[in-house]
Design a protein around this ligand. Structure first.
Ligand code: SF4
Length: 346
């Protein structure tokens, strides 16, 4: 496409045009650097129309790394013999103290499907309430598939966003990735949350067993449930897991899918995660059309991420100050809290 044609394409999307499967396939098939740059530029144009140069900042608190599940791609699957932790309520209160006034728009409380909380889910609800009382900020919960009653209670006690990643809408691939877990159960939990006042985030995993056809299927699957945030993340082989020996792919597929997501979900949140490639990786993801930085850790934190490109590194470079200073060097800035409240529909 010529620059004029690209501008027209971006304008059409801004004015409500929707991508067909053929459009999605064509965009996902782009390989040349020159064409990819054009795709990213178009995605930025669409993003800038809806969000300007303003970026949201999400704080990640992985408060329990225990899990009863066996996801083939995940370091924390219950069969992996690793060191795990579970923060106490007091630990979390202490963490909240250093987060006060730090500039986050939302706090993401993540755990594996930890039996400690699944056996007594009121413990989880209490934790949500504690963080709300301490910080009075929007809260994202990423607790796995909790039942509807607990989702309602968590909502009443301060949860605003549910993150629950399908990873793929290709059922065969799903069965290989999320081993032994219900496909429908995940879709239904997200749907129930959305119907009951939550914003929801869905997510895809790329770089392991997905091709263009299955990516289109997954983008359509996501779209059907009207998510407020759409993530894509590159698979990183994790030590001790069934996929430990799988080939790691480059970040190109993730960047391309971010740009396509921006064109397919023009006014939604799209994460630039620090978890795969740190702050340099954040820059690539923002350049591809993302608009919320995720996996920022509390200051001086030793908590885990999910994919953890920096496992074992002393310098982690995942704090909010470093993120903001890099944003400024790109001519971007943190959005206001009022902007974020608008996204939440408050
Ligand atoms: S992805 Fe989540 S549910 Fe699956 S094993 Fe890892 S922590 Fe558990």
């Amino acid at each position: 496409m010529t620059p004029d044609e690209m501008d027209k394409f971006a304008e059409d999307i801004i004015n409500g045009a929707s991508l067909s499967d053929e459009d999605l396939k064509k965009l996902l098939a782009i390989e040349s650097e020159e064409e990819l740059e054009k795709l990213y530029r178009t995605a930025r144009k669409v993003r800038d129309h809806f969000f300007g140069n303003r970026v949201f900042l999400n704080c990640f608190i992985y408060f329990s790394t225990y899990c009863k599940n066996r996801c083939a791609f995940c370091y924390y699957n219950c069969e992996n013999d690793i060191k795990r932790y579970r923060l106490t309520r007091e630990d979390i209160k202490e963490t909240c103290k250093v987060l006060k006034g730090a500039g986050f728009h939302m706090i993401d409380l993540t755990m594996g499907e930890d039996p400690y909380y699944y056996d007594k889910p009121e413990r989880f609800v209490e934790l949500v309430r504690t963080v709300k009382e301490e910080l009075n900020l929007p809260i994202m919960i990423s607790p796995g598939v909790m039942n509807n009653e607990i989702l309602l209670k968590a909502r009443e006690n301060g949860a605003d966003f549910l993150a629950l990643y399908q990873e793929t809408y290709d059922r065969e691939r799903y069965a290989k990735l999320r081993v032994g877990q219900s496909f429908e159960g995940r879709v239904n939990a997200r749907r129930f949350a959305k119907e009951n006042g939550y914003c929801v985030e869905d997510g895809l995993l790329t770089g392991i067993g997905n091709d263009i056809e299955s990516t289109v299927l997954s983008l359509r699957g996501m779209k059907a449930n009207n998510p407020d945030m759409v993530r894509v993340m590159t698979f990183i082989p994790q030590e001790g897991t069934p996929l430990e020996g799988a080939q790691q792919s480059s970040n190109l597929s993730e960047l391309k899918i971010i740009a396509v997501q921006r064109l397919f979900f023009p006014d939604r949140l799209i994460p630039a995660s620090l978890d795969v490639e740190g702050i340099d990786g954040m820059v690539h993801r923002l350049n591809a059309g993302a608009n919320i930085v995720t996996s920022i850790l509390p200051p001086n934190s030793e908590l885990d991420g999910v994919a953890n490109y920096d496992r074992g590194l002393k310098e982690r470079d995942r704090d909010i100050k470093s993120v903001i200073s890099r944003l400024e060097s790109l001519g971007m800035e943190p959005a206001s809290q009022a902007d974020f409240e608008k996204v939440l529909g408050h």
